[in-house]
Ligand binder design. Structure first.
Ligand code: NAP
Ligand code: NAG
Ligand code: NAG
Ligand code: NAG
Length: 292
């Protein structure tokens, strides 16, 4: 107990102070002006709103999803709102070859990339888990593996621009809820993978920021339908949510919590975990992985 009082507590307090202080920069919409941004899952819901917010800020916008017709509408609305440019490439993120080629084509069209916003998910309904192994595999592939493939393909361009990867996750990627086991697994996987490579980037001086977005309930059509009659929630507006995600990405924050109660957000922010990660890293010999 004496040890805890003497060393751990002051360290923890310092750490928390740093953690909250560092998230306190100012956002300006001009930060996105002329930036080249990809948004996946942008034919509807939060993704569509992010495309519009980016367009208003004067960004170059590249959107993707499966349905061509809706993407076309999103692109023309982006141009009306003032996007520096707006394009779409349609395809399914079940196909990893499409994911990889999408980034190559997008990079060519925009002439680089500043921000990769990963947002799409495969359709999800709330149900007891009933041994649907194929659905678990599909959730992991679309909601998780394709995010890794897209990031790998985009990394060379993001390194050049000192860019950002923004990963849209959920409260269900931080705490366990019933009726969405496959979805939850895929969102937890995103946290494990992207938080791990964030530490690697930090140690190896790769200046690409990674922002994990932990969203509570948002009023998209899909979500409202999925929870109807099952969960009593207090959904937040999708346009404000979209703006908060973009802000956090532009400010290079590690995590952002949106529409979680303040208490929940504080506890989910998990200073205990952050502190243990900090301590744990000290027992690693990372020098041999740094080549300059
Ligand atoms: N809404 C909420 O309450 C809530 C809460 C927490 C977290 N989130 C997260 O926020 C993000 C967006 O959610 P949302 O509610 O806005 O969802 P949404 O409205 O259903 O949008 C999902 C997007 O993904 C696309 N998509 C679906 N299957 C795809 C596939 N196989 N390949 C490529 N694209 C595909 C859809 O377009 P197509 O069908 O045309 O392909 C659509 O553009 C997700 O990551 C979700 O987990 C949402
Ligand atoms: C997803 O959508 C497809 C096609 O619309 C449907 O066949 C499938 O049952 C849906 N899956 C879930 C989990 O909602
Ligand atoms: C990226 O950051 C490095 C320093 O970290 C700087 O020298 C370089 O000019 C930056 N590049 C861009 C495109 O901002
Ligand atoms: C990383 O890139 C950002 C954005 O360009 C820049 O503000 C920051 O100074 C860079 N950090 C380092 C350590 O180079």
């Amino acid at each position: 107990m004496a040890f805890v009082k003497k060393y751990l507590l002051p360290l923890w307090v310092l750490f928390l102070a740093y953690y909250f202080y560092s998230a306190n920069e100012e956002f300006r919409p001009e930060m996105l002006k002329g930036k080249k941004v990809i948004v996946t899952g942008a034919s509807k819901g939060i993704g569509e709103e992010m495309a519009y917010q980016l367009a208003k800020m004067g960004a170059h916008v590249m959107v993707t999803a499966r349905s061509k017709e809706t993407l076309q509408k999103v692109v023309s609305h982006c141009l009306e709102l003032g996007a520096a440019s707006a394009h779409y490439i349609a395809g399914t993120m079940e196909d990893m070859t499409f994911a990889e080629q999408f980034i190559a084509k997008a990079g060519k069209l925009m002439g680089g990339l500043d921000m990769l916003i990963l947002n799409h998910i495969t359709n999800t309904s709330m149900n007891l888990f009933n041994n649907e192994i194929d659905y678990v595999r599909k959730s992991m592939e679309v909601n998780f593996l394709s995010y890794v493939v897209l990031s790998v393909a985009a990394l060379p361009m993001l390194k050049q621009s000192n860019g950002s990867i923004v990963v849209v996750s959920s409260t269900a990627g931080k705490i366990a809820n019933p009726l969405i086991a496959p979805y939850s697994a895929s969102k937890f996987a995103l946290d494990g993978f992207f938080s791990s490579i964030r530490t690697e980037y930090s140690v190896t001086k790769v200046n690409v920021s990674i922002t994990l977005c932990v969203l509570g309930l948002i009023n998209t059509e899909t979500a409202m339908k999925a929870i109807s009659g099952i969960v009593d929630g207090n959904p937040a507006p999708k346009d404000e949510c979209a703006l908060e995600i973009i802000k956090a990405g532009a400010l290079r924050q590690e995590e952002v919590y949106y529409n979680n109660s303040p208490w929940l957000a504080f506890l989910l922010g998990n200073p205990g975990r952050k502190f243990m990660e900090f301590l744990s890293l000290r027992s690693y010999n990372m020098d041999k992985f740094i080549n300059n």
